[in-house]
Design a protein around this ligand. Structure first.
Ligand SMILES: Nc1ncnc2c1ncn2[C@@H]1O[C@H](COP(=O)(O)OP(=O)(O)O)[C@@H](O)[C@H]1O
Ligand SMILES: [Mg+2]
Length: 277
């Protein structure tokens, strides 16, 4: 279990993370959902031991994470937000390089490469120089590299930003299948649909704080599964009948639809957020 214990990270006067407190049970597929600038990457960087918190601590099964905590780091795989591949190496060479970093034996590296290339649909491009890959393939290769040492905890920071819908769905399928092996996955995203589709627990983050957490279904149910939107406001209802009954009294233009996670976010923050990068 990972415990994020009252963690803050300040960069001078910027409160990037401003008191975050949550637990990640083993086997969870956890989503940190929030707009750009919410503090997701900073949270991840502290959880993987790249940054020390200004206050608070991160514990893995009770052991505090720190920059020198090699044993815990060996159990972690990280797919960072920005592409960090060796452009001049081939797909396979990139993976061998990652395997060597983790001191894996040659035959283990070979087996892992075959397995991951197959699962991620990269077998046909194994000898292609990385700079010639599409955006989607680069993201897949980053995932493959991060999983070479078969980590227990997998961190993915906005793993599908800037790639086409087709590649995004393939990555989703891969992650869903991989999660079934019992791995703990922590994913950040500003794509609401991504959190809704993949995560079995969602933390809503804004301005360096988690302000709500639950399954995405429960988050929606809590405020009401149907909404009426007018020019002025939004109203939430537990059933379509209730929404219809309410709408019959309205003397303005309105729209009835299903509540989305974005609506949940808006309701609790009352902020209109720019979600796109
Ligand atoms: N190294 C840094 N120095 C100063 N400010 C930073 C640094 N890293 C992040 N920030 C600021 O902290 C806030 C949260 O950033 P970040 O964690 O990257 O958010 P997210 O990943 O949710 O988009 C932003 O306002 C960002 O500009
Ligand atoms: Mg980020």
């Amino acid at each position: 279990m990972i415990k994020v214990d009252k963690v803050k990270k300040y960069f001078d006067d910027v409160k990037a993370v401003d008191g975050i407190d949550f637990e990640v049970e083993d086997g969870r597929f956890l989503g940190l959902l929030g707009p750009n600038g919410a503090g997701k990457t900073t949270t991840i960087r502290m959880m993987i031991g790249l940054l020390d918190p200004t206050e608070g601590q991160i514990l893995y099964d009770g052991v505090p994470m720190g920059k020198d905590q090699i044993d815990i780091k060996m159990k972690i795989g990280v797919v960072s937000q920005h592409i960090n591949l060796d452009k001049e190496l081939t797909v396979e060479e990139n993976m061998i390089f990652a395997g060597k970093l983790y001191h894996l034996k040659k035959d283990v590296i070979k087996v892992r490469i075959e397995e991951l290339l197959g699962l991620l649909g990269l077998s046909d491009v194994r000898n292609r120089v990385t700079k010639k890959l599409s955006g989607g393939m680069k993201r897949k290769l980053m995932i493959a590299k991060a999983l070479m040492h078969n980590p227990d905890y997998i961190f993915l920071d906005e793993p599908t930003v800037g790639i086409d819908v087709h590649a995004r769905k393939e990555i989703w399928k891969f992650l869903r299948d991989y999660h079934k092996q019992g791995k703990t996955i922590i994913l950040t995203t500003h794509y609401i649909e991504e959190a809704e589709q993949l995560c079995d627990w969602v933390l809503m983050v804004n301005r360096g704080k988690v302000f709500k957490e639950n399954t995405s279904g429960n988050l929606i149910k809590e405020i009401g599964e149907f909404k009426i939107e007018t020019d002025e406001d939004m109203y939430f209802f537990d059933s379509l009948d209730q929404a219809h009954a309410y709408s019959s009294q309205l003397k303005c233009i309105y729209n009835i639809s299903k509540t989305s996670l974005e609506d949940v976010f808006y309701k609790y923050t009352k902020e209109v957020i720019k979600w796109k990068s």
